[in-house]
Design a protein around this ligand. Structure first.
Ligand SMILES: NC(=O)c1ccc[n+]([C@@H]2O[C@H](COP(=O)([O-])OP(=O)(O)OC[C@H]3O[C@@H](n4cnc5c(N)ncnc54)[C@H](O)[C@@H]3O)[C@@H](O)[C@H]2O)c1
Ligand SMILES: O=C(O)C[C@H](O)C(=O)O
Ligand SMILES: [Mg+2]
Length: 620
């Protein structure tokens, strides 16, 4: 079977998607200026200190059967691998066969997880070349299922665990120093309290930072060794997990209050102490009580952002801005009803206000256009104990918990769900939206798929194909009355990789909200007319995110050099070229720095000098 698979004929017949991962962006050797830049910017190749079996067990270096004869002999692994040679393409093909033959998505997650542990380049090669097919496996929605079942599928550690028992700067610094890579530039951290819409998964939440960082690499070319996933374990209030014999975390209820705050404070300090002031810290899937609070506390002091608030705001505003090209109405001319008023919805609402203000409304006029419903119903002026953030959206309307009633009263142009309530956008609600709007905007953002406020099919069907629909989790294409709809994925994955790329490469010290509005505009302008007019899709294709990330990074870098928060000097003149020379590539690299090691080492060790030949199956 495998032999057949490796045959070029069947390679074609399996119709693997065309390679979309990044290839090394080599300059024209004739172009002296470009070559000079390339040499300056491209990280130096250093022959690894590891040899022998240790090398094969290092996922960042291992190439498996793609090691050439020369490398096998030189690096002490000759004979430790089967004698045949494979190209990276052949290895990728073999993995894709296994993935496609696997019984379900969780099994596919397991195959990719094991590959990442074994051979990082190949993992990213496979992921980048098949991003539409595999992003739903390493990321939302399958990552949610993987987190829920983490106790039984756990194999190898990925990332760092810091618990409430490690609550001092020196203990946390010590733990961080156990991480094998010195040059960490970006951390994604969660305390596991609100994993997607699945609630408190405690220590099982580690899958989320791991998945987000896989997208840093696959969708923006951030180097894997710069990335560190962190799980902060303060216990869990999920009784099922506390009773689960396979639970991998602290078996206690969540610590809250001062002790919790002290732990997060110590963590922030220890990170900057260990890895430097400009280490990017992305907060992810914190519970409602902490998400905004911690953002407010740290935004001005550290290089950090909250993805669920700011990344989500950015991607949703991007979708809304793209929609204006179809509806021919500015944001400031629409009314919006949000179902859910947590971190995600409030972040989006605040950024919508920002955009409407740039379009000429006052802040108050903008807030009047936004209606928010949470678990206790419509946020009205009668509500006691409203937070300052919600106060400005409170309305002088009768209290109600009924979304349909609100939609009938307000007649919004858009309904945006971030409530975790599956099916909350009922047939009646969607039909009402269609009755009031030529092109109703319907965003079902809750993740994973099982929590979406409606399906793509429901949105198109009950609006007779007029909906401008997006969802947090991917939905398959829908065919309705002979027309094909390709629903876009309104997921912060369009934003955080590009923002992170810009921040780490240009050493941006401070991440303000403006960067997210800029990213939103970049995403919106990248949606093609064909995408909108033919398929009603208001987001770019997933395989375009990698290029989009570069555009976002350039845009925010220009801005941050202007306001003095970008600290990489000398400032690269051509920022795009600088990025392209710096990013991680999915091609195996030559591991031996021949200019230094060869032939001097060879003479010293007396290795035979093998004749280098092209890898091919002829080597068998
Ligand atoms: N698509 C994306 O990129 C994206 C980004 C962030 C969050 N999300 C998803 O959005 C959801 C919410 O995330 P969050 O960070 O805002 O969580 P959160 O816990 O901060 O907020 C949840 C909100 O939903 C409200 N809610 C709960 N039950 C409700 C009900 N029956 N009726 C009305 N409102 C109800 C709560 O009162 C709260 O305001 C999650 O499913 C998350 O996965 C998606
Ligand atoms: O993780 C995602 O898919 C998006 C978002 O960050 C979420 O929490 O749902
Ligand atoms: Mg999240």
């Amino acid at each position: 079977m495998i032999r057949r698979a490796l045959d070029c004929g069947s390679l074609r017949s399996l119709s693997l998607s065309p390679v979309c991962g990044v290839r090394p962006n080599l300059p024209d050797p004739e172009d002296e200026k470009a070559m000079e830049l390339y040499k300056l910017y491209r990280p130096e190749r250093i022959t690894p200190a590891k040899r022998g079996i240790e090398l094969l067990k290092s996922p960042g270096l291992n190439k498996g059967m793609a090691f050439s004869l020369f490398e096998r002999q030189y690096l002490g692994i000759h004979g430790l691998l089967p004698p045949a040679f494979m190209t990276e393409e052949q290895q990728a093909y073999r993995i894709m066969l296994r993935i496609r033959e696997a019984p379900n998505d969780l099994a596919r997650y397991g195959i990719l997880d094991a590959l990442q542990d074994r051979n990082e380049k190949l993992f990213y090669r496979v992921l980048c070349d098949n991003i539409k097919e595999l992003m739903p496996i390493v990321y939302t929605p399958t990552v949610g299922q993987a987190c829920q079942q983490f106790g039984s599928i756990y194999k190898n550690p990925k990332g760092i665990y810091i618990t409430i028992n490690d609550n001092s700067i020196s203990k946390i610094t010590q733990i961080l120093s156990h991480w094998p890579h010195q040059d960490v530039k970006a951390i994604v951290v969660t305390d596991g309290e609100r994993i997607l819409g699945l609630g408190d998964l405690g220590c099982y939440g580690i899958g989320i930072p791991v998945g987000k960082l896989a997208l840093y690499v696959a969708l923006a070319g951030v180097h894997p060794e710069w990335c560190l996933p962190v799980l902060i374990d303060v216990g869990t209030d999920n009784q099922a997990l506390l009773n689960d014999p396979m639970y991998t975390g602290l078996r206690r209820n969540r610590v809250r209050g001062k002790e919790y705050d002290r732990l997060i404070d110590n963590f922030m300090k220890a990170v900057t102490k260990r890895f430097g002031m400009d280490t990017l810290i992305q907060f992810e899937d914190f519970g409602n009580a902490n998400a905004y609070r911690l953002l407010d506390r740290y935004q001005q002091k550290y290089c950090m952002f909250n993805d669920d608030i700011q990344g989500t705001a950015s991607v949703v505003v991007a979708g809304l801005l793209a929609s204006t090209r179809v509806t021919k109405k500015k944001l400031s001319q629409e009314k919006f009803v949000f179902l859910g008023a947590g971190g995600a919805a409030t972040g989006v609402a605040e950024m919508c206000v920002g955009q409407m203000v740039t379009e000429g409304l006052t802040e108050q006029e903008a807030c009047e256009r936004i209606f928010m419903i949470d678990i206790d119903g419509l946020i009205t002026k009668k509500r006691a104990n409203l937070s300052e953030r919600h106060q400005k959206f409170a309305k002088d309307l009768p209290d109600t918990r009924n979304l349909l009633e609100v939609v009938k009263t307000v007649k919004p142009g858009a309904i945006i769900g971030a409530s975790t309530v599956a099916g909350a956008f009922t047939e009646e609600v969607i039909r009402e939206m269609a009755a009031n709007n030529a092109r109703p905007i319907i965003f079902a953002l809750s993740n994973p798929t099982s929590k979406a406020e409606c399906t793509a099919e429901a949105a198109y069907k009950y609006t007779n194909g007029t909906a401008l629909f997006a969802s947090g989790s991917p939905f398959a294409n829908v065919e309705l009355n002979g027309k094909l709809f390709k629903p876009g994925q309104g997921n912060n994955a369009y934003i955080f990789p590009g923002v992170a790329l810009g921040v780490v490469l240009f050493k941006i010290r401070h991440i303000d909200n403006e960067l997210f509005l800029m990213a939103a505009r970049k995403v919106a302008e990248s949606v093609t007319e064909k995408s909108m007019n033919t398929y009603s899709r208001i987001y770019p294709r997933l395989k375009d995110i990698r290029e989009l990330s570069i555009k976002i990074a350039v845009e925010i870098a220009e801005h941050c050099y202007r306001n003095g928060t970008a600290t990489l000097y000398p400032e690269p003149e051509d920022k795009e070229q600088f990025i392209r020379y710096q990013v991680h590539t999915v091609d195996y690299e030559e591991l031996i720095n021949r200019s230094y090691d060869w032939p001097a080492k060879d003479k010293q060790h007396g290795f035979p000098i093998p004749v280098m030949k092209r890898h091919s199956m002829d080597d068998e």
